[in-house]
Ligand binder design. Structure first.
Ligand code: AMP
Ligand code: MG
Length: 399
């Protein structure tokens, strides 16, 4: 199997990753899901001429500055009306503009005595003042949210205000995190000099959580072909996506590709022309299970997770989103003609633009050097160094 370029690997994931099944989900549980239906406005927004300040509603086509209060109208009450221009209605924010009125004078700009009010000199008065006209934000029947939109507070407010109790969405998949390696020891447990803390799982879990993926379980497997096969079988059955770390390189005990193939997971690609993260493995099973097997070195794991897995998960949810931005390099950077380079960066402000200062690690095991970095840039496969100011794709650790 030939080594893919970064773009080919990304395309292979986007094209091949199966879409999760849409389901109807109640308003309280929509956060982080991706819409699988279009949402239309139930009514005009606002649905009536809406008062936007507490005050008095009057007819502005008068030269009077002194009015008689003939009623009080709260939000949620049917509209009162005035018949004479010397009349006014006391109104609250969110109420419908009373019939016969076209303007609201805020309570701070009036002087009140008993049932009369006088406008202060500073009070302006003209049609539609402090009134939000019916349909000025959106109109009944308007397509307001497209399928493929990821849902958070703003979108959920719109769905609720459009009268939907639930929406058809693709929720975040059920994800299993699987670390592999005989050397890995759980934090808090006794450890020998030659052993390593099992840290990737916690890093991946934090990143998944931060990106709104809540259904995550966690397993650890030792480097033994048979026990790996036996353990992965039910893990594949119970989850939509499996993210492995470790065991995909050329080492004698790197059994992950073989075991996945034995379990019917077809390899879509193994190895990408990139550093770090060259041994990345991606595969699919005919029942729709998706497997990302990441190299175990912590810097490779985190970079492959952000560059391929997080976008792949969103893709399987039907989102049209990309997690990359463009950023300018703050200085000249050397590239590699044979592979794409991913370099951690810190951000700085120069000449009023945000720029990236590269912060190389001492190899893909050196995750300590990631401290203080905000993400990584992707440098194209080319022999020619990139000059300061060149725009390159940038991936944030935190969105
Ligand atoms: P591998 O990809 O299995 O060859 O592992 C490469 C390096 O990453 C080895 O030094 C491993 O000890 C380390 N490593 C693998 N998995 C993890 C993990 N879950 N947490 C921390 N380090 C890991
Ligand atoms: Mg290993």
């Amino acid at each position: 199997m030939s080594i893919l370029s970064v773009t080919q690997a990304e395309t292979a994931i986007n094209v091949q990753v199966p879409l999760l099944t849409p389901t109807s989900v109640g308003l309280r549980h929509l956060q982080g899901s991706v819409l699988a239906e279009a949402i239309y406005m139930e009514r005009d927004q606002p649905p009536f001429n809406r008062v936007t300040m507490d005050g008095i509603a009057i007819n502005s086509r008068t030269s009077l500055r002194d009015f008689r209060i003939i009623g009080t109208q709260a939000a949620g009450s049917p509209p009162l009306s005035i018949l004479q221009t010397d009349e006014c209605i006391e109104v609250m924010t969110g109420a419908e503009l009373p019939t016969g009125c076209d303007c609201v004078i805020p309570v701070e700009q009036i002087k009140r005595s008993d049932n009369r009010v006088e406008l202060l000199n500073s009070a302006a008065m003209h049609p539609n003042l402090n009134v939000q006209l019916r349909g000025s934000d959106a109109t009944q029947g308007q397509l307001i949210l497209q399928p493929g939109t990821r849902l958070s507070a703003t979108e959920i407010a719109i769905i609720a205000s459009a009268g939907y109790r639930q929406a058809v969405v693709r929720p975040s998949p059920r994800i299993a995190l699987v670390s592999t390696g005989n050397e890995l020891i759980e934090p808090g447990e006794a450890i020998k000099d030659w052993q390593i803390r099992r840290s990737n799982t916690y890093a991946i879990q934090a990143a998944l959580q931060q990106h709104g993926h809540r259904h995550v379980v966690d397993h650890h497997l030792v480097d033994d072909m048979t026990s790996m096969r036996n353990a992965l079988n039910p893990i594949l059955a119970d989850n939509d996506v499996v993210i492995l770390s470790g065991g995909v390189s050329m080492g004698k005990f790197d059994y992950v590709p073989q075991v996945l193939t034995d379990l019917g997971v077809q390899c879509i690609f193994h190895k990408v022309a990139q550093r770090p993260g060259k041994p990345l493995w991606f595969g699919l099973r005919s029942d729709g299970k998706t497997v990302y097997a990441l190299p175990g070195n912590p810097v490779s794991t985190l970079i492959c997770l952000h560059r391929y897995v997080l976008p792949g998960l969103l893709h399987s949810m039907g989102a049209n989103a990309s997690n990359s931005e463009l950023i300018r390099l703050a200085h000249q950077v050397k590239t590699n003609a044979d592979m794409t380079l991913f370099l951690p960066v810190t951000l700085c402000r120069q000449n009023d633009t945000v720029q990236a200062i590269t912060h190389p690690t001492r190899g893909s095991g050196d995750f300590i050097s990631l401290l203080g970095t905000q993400g990584f840039v992707q440098l194209p496969q080319t022999a020619i160094p990139l000059e300061a100011g060149t725009e390159v794709p940038f991936y944030r650790w935190q969105s």
